[in-house]
Design a protein around this ligand. Structure first.
Ligand code: UD1
Length: 391
């Protein structure tokens, strides 16, 4: 078959693009746009597993990121890790049978990522993993298991930083399967920066007092959701107590994950956050969060994505974890690991407030064009594979 610039072979199925949870959405939006703009355009089918489902965790982000409505929603919802993973697998298998995709593209490290990759492996459908090769080397993190196993299964692996290749080759992944493209999450950040919502408006709409963040020191943004930080009452109590202390010097805006909110209620720790200098908000939309981050004095968080976003924005970030799978944010960016140790957290905040925070630089290929590179590489890869099969 002769291929022209505009032609995608009619017998080559769509790329099934999988999202499941909040951190997947900002990665998928630029990929879908780049696949549509590429010539020939890559046909896609957007599948949502339904791992995150409520308005705050899902609907607002879809709207902010201008993501199309999913073509298929598996509606799995919340459950234990085993049940959630198993439900995605059960419901995903018939989709592969009916859609006969050219490949399945998964992003990041959530349970939906691994579940869909596993189903593909058993059905001989190629798996493409975006954000491959990141390693915290901490197997107690559910996401680490998801990363390692997804990369073992994947046929084409796209990386965000060069250190990922060393991790993959150490695990026996052939180098020719790996392609360094940069960071699609930063594609989203750069594409949306001009639409970010002003922090005062965000606070006003959420019923908070916008005057709180007018402090001469500025304000800090807080998020917390990792089971290791929020599932035990003693750890969570110590963290909330140090946040309360930090807020004496720097007002805090805390965008609270549902897991954290539920645990604070369950352990009766709400009193620790009752301060006029701490504004607690529900999970925020993408444009609200972007606005809050861009003007913040610092970020205090255990999120993977915020480490990268704060580096891209040049805002100092104190990561409340013992390790990170994103070492470039420490080596080149604005990130510092402080663990859950109250003293280290206080010291980190004091340093930043005294002007000694990291300013960092933008890592290679975090330039807004990562999704374009994926589209070009994947298109060539799929067409070459197809030509080999039919020829
Ligand atoms: C998941 C991802 C994690 C990611 C995080 C971002 C895995 C293993 N973890 O963790 O990598 O950083 O998302 O948010 O996949 N809930 C709601 N509404 C929702 C979704 C969840 O209230 O829309 C509640 C559920 O009741 C559940 C809790 O939040 O108890 C946790 O949700 P879950 O999907 O299990 O994982 P996350 O902790 O969000």
């Amino acid at each position: 078959m002769i291929l022209t610039d505009e032609h995608w072979p009619s017998d080559l199925g769509p790329v099934v693009c999988v999202v499941g949870a909040r951190p997947n959405f900002m990665k998928m939006a630029p990929i879908l746009r780049a696949f549509g703009a590429h010539r020939p355009a890559l046909p896609t089918l957007l599948l949502h597993t339904g791992q995150h489902y409520d308005k705050d965790m899902n609907d607002r982000l879809f709207a902010d990121l201008r993501l199309p409505r999913p073509d298929i929603n598996l509606e799995v919802g919340s459950a234990t890790h085993a049940v959630q993973t198993a439900e995605v697998m059960k419901r995903f298998e018939p989709v592969l049978d009916s859609q006969r995709p050219s490949c399945v593209l998964v992003v990041g490290d959530v349970n939906s990522t691994l579940a869909c990759a596993l189903v593909c492996a058993k059905k001989d459908v190629p798996v493409v993993h975006v954000e491959a090769g990141l390693r915290s080397h901490d197997r107690a993190m559910p996401e680490e298991i998801n990363r390692v196993l997804t990369d073992q299964i994947a046929d084409r692996l796209y990386t965000t930083e060069r250190s990922a290749l060393a991790n993959l080759t150490r695990e026996g992944v052939a180098e020719e399967r790996v392609c360094f493209v940069g960071n699609v999450m930063i594609d989203s950040l750069l594409a949306n920066r001009e639409f970010a919502q002003a922090p005062a408006k965000t606070l006003q709409i959420a019923g908070g007092d916008p005057a709180v963040i007018d402090d001469p020191c500025g304000y800090g943004v807080v998020t917390l959701h990792r089971p290791s930080n929020v599932d035990r009452s003693d750890t969570l109590q110590a963290l909330l107590a140090v946040l309360r202390e930090v807020s004496d010097g720097l007002p805090l805006v805390f965008a609270m994950h549902p897991r954290t909110r539920a645990n604070i209620e369950r352990f009766g720790l709400g009193e620790l956050l009752r301060s006029p200098r701490i504004v607690v908000l529900p999970p925020q939309g993408y444009l609200e969060m972007l606005g809050l981050l861009a003007s913040a004095k610092l970020v205090l968080s255990d999120s993977g994505g915020l480490q990268e976003e704060s580096t891209a924005l040049g805002v100092p970030c104190l990561t409340i974890r013992e390790n990170t799978e994103r070492p470039i944010t420490i080596e080149q960016g604005t990130n510092t690991l402080v663990g859950a140790d109250p003293q280290a957290i206080r010291r980190g905040v004091d340093e930043i407030l005294s002007g000694a925070g990291k300013s960092g630089r933008i890592p290679e290929f975090w330039d807004g064009r990562a999704a374009e590179r994926i589209a070009a590489d994947l298109s060539a890869w799929l067409l070459a594979r197809h030509a080999q099969r039919v020829g």
